[in-house]
Design a protein around this ligand. Structure first.
Ligand code: NAP
Length: 177
């Protein structure tokens, strides 16, 4: 039987967009927790160069990517949370929106520090081809017309981006439309 480190943990990210590296983090986290709460951070923002997709669009991308990847959705929550100006209370603020959790899953040094200082456990996942799987890189590829971005996301994520005219949205943001 697999040993679980925690009953429930949160995995925060902007997921702009959700890519194959994120999917691997979810799989890795599910080896350490019974249930994983994927927190869609910066939920208030969309239609900007760094945050092109709405929280609702990101919920859909994540749910369909997990379904495509045969992840057990019965062990997953996907919850959007707007940012706040007070970093030190942010881990506690998350509790307003989520079921109780004991730990955070993150590689982001600020997020790791905030969870630790707030008294939560921390799970730091390995990097899954971090130089390849990066939302920043994917957005840059989309902006420059490099179609290889499609290989860096689960196929259902590319389909959702196409269905919302996401490529054109990102390019128009760059041109200041
Ligand atoms: P992200 O860039 O979407 O990444 C989410 C997580 O996935 C990060 O831990 C990232 O680690 C990891 N990751 C990405 N690609 C990976 C790969 N190939 N292999 C392994 N891990 C990979 O999001 P983030 O910037 O960490 O998002 C944190 C969210 O929390 C943001 O929305 C932020 O605004 C929010 N937040 C809010 C407050 C506040 O409201 N005061 C405070 C703190 C955080 P890397 O570090 O390697 O990218």
């Amino acid at each position: 039987m697999m040993i679980r480190n925690y009953k429930r943990a949160v995995f925060p990210g902007r997921f702009q967009p959700f890519h194959t590296g994120h999917l691997e983090v979810v799989r890795w986290a599910l080896e350490h927790v019974e249930e994983l709460i994927i927190v869609i951070g910066t939920a208030q923002e969309s239609h900007t160069i760094v945050n092109p997709f709405t929280a609702g669009e990101r919920i859909l991308m994540i749910k369909e990517a997990l379904r495509w990847g045969k992840v057990d959705l019965g062990r997953i929550y996907i919850i959007p949370v707007p940012d706040i100006l007070m970093n030190s209370v942010w881990p506690h603020y998350l509790k307003l929106f989520t079921p109780p959790f004991e730990a955070g899953v993150s590689r982001n040094p600020l997020v790791v520090r905030l969870f630790k200082e707030a008294g939560f456990g921390v799970l730091i996942p390995p990097a899954f081809e971090r130089g390849v799987y990066s939302s920043t890189k994917i957005r840059k590829m989309i902006m420059s017309g490099d179609e290889t971005w499609r290989k860096l996301v689960p196929p259902v994520v590319a389909e959702i981006i196409d269905s919302i005219d996401g490529v054109e949205r990102i390019r128009s943001l760059l041109s200041g439309d």
